[in-house]
Design a protein around this ligand. Sequence first.
Ligand code: EPU
Length: 431
Amino acid sequence: MTRYIIKGGNPLNGEITISGAKNAAVAIIPATLLCDGPCRIENIPQISDVTMFLDILSRMGANIRTINKHTMEIDCSGVNRKEATFDAMRRIRASYYMLGAMLGKFGKATVAMPGGCNFGGDRPIDQHIKGFTAMGAKVEVKNGLVLAEAAEKLHGTKVYMDVVSVGATINVMLAAVLAEGTMVIENAAREPHIVDLANFLNAMGADVRGAGTDVIKIRGVKSLHGGAYSIIPDQIEAGTYMAAVAGAGGNVVIKNVIPKHLDCISVKLREMGVTVEDGEDFVRVISDGKITRTNIKTKPYPGFPTDMQPQLSVVLCLSDGTSVVTEGVWDNRYKYVDEIRKMGAKIQVDGRVAVIEGVEALTGAPVKACDLRAGAAMVIAGLCANGITEIEGVGYIERGYENLIEKLSDVGAEIFSEDIPDESVEQLNIG
Ligand code: EPU
């Protein structure tokens, strides 16, 4: 097991290059199953969620060739396995995308249900099932497996999502690209990774329109071919480093980003007294570490992302007043608060609302990451705090952040990782 040790208090100065988007990669990689030729995917982040996904595909018979650090050629033409029930499936939440991809390709799928998780209650999949069922599949959940089968070819229809769900939107898109007729998803999620998946599918011969709006139309095509595609930069990785500079102070250029995707984060940081300058494919963040209080409410894109809530909440702990944070997406995403309190934060949580009273300073303490973004928030807290912070459970962080230690060290942070004797830090499926 590994832990991170951070000596806080250093301002951050220099440049950080952002990797490919995790949540786009974990949708596009299973989508290669729908293609009849090799797909060359560029800008793949080197993170454990991606490694696990590639492992799942290769165990199903995909031929995967590493071209370079961030480029893979994935050829799923030889895959004919309609089951993905191995344990690895239970470790990443996004493994449920195999359902849509296999159902779309073979008309049948048996997939291990992503298990319990550490925020959001049960993280239901009723909207995924609603979409598949509307297209003519029978879906059953039993013995920890999801079984989906279409007696006849899946057909397009209209489905209205009762909640805006990234996962359900993506899964229905995957199932619909090779279906008969036109599938219309209403109240669809609009996140950048949904647009990225649509662009990937269209580059391989699909006919997907409207991605990025709340109505997506997918006209089924006979087949998809192989080709080349480059994944968009990670909005949340970029936002995390922006938050780190805001809290720790400094002047950092965050490179390889799409500034438009960061608007909701940049606007909030400006309200907090931080300077954010947009370039063509970079943002510059300048902060003296003095934070103005504000309120945040998380919402589906283009609202403020729930995946940035813990990181900005931690920065608000150092503000000049009281801030109110409302979690509008997940039921229980404040588990990290107890850990941050050990560092001197003053946060009261009532249901989906956190009231944060700014303090003069945080102090280093031993803390434990309880999910990916909570872990990132603890790193930020450690960078801002006086003294030493030790973070356990960093396996969570490494699921979604490529080379975090190197990227932060390069801008002046004192952070390193240390191996410690194994103990049972349970890895639950998140992200
Ligand atoms: N929901 C339902 N029924 C469903 C699906 C979702 O009620 O069938 C509810 C959820 O309980 C939640 C809300 O709808 O309250 C939104 O869930 P969504 O389906 O959008 O989440 P997800 O697809 O499981 C993805 C990201 C998460 C991110 C959420 C929201 C991936 C792999 N994961 O999860 O990312 O928080 O969208 O933006 O794309 C992370 O990266 O740290 C992470 C957790």
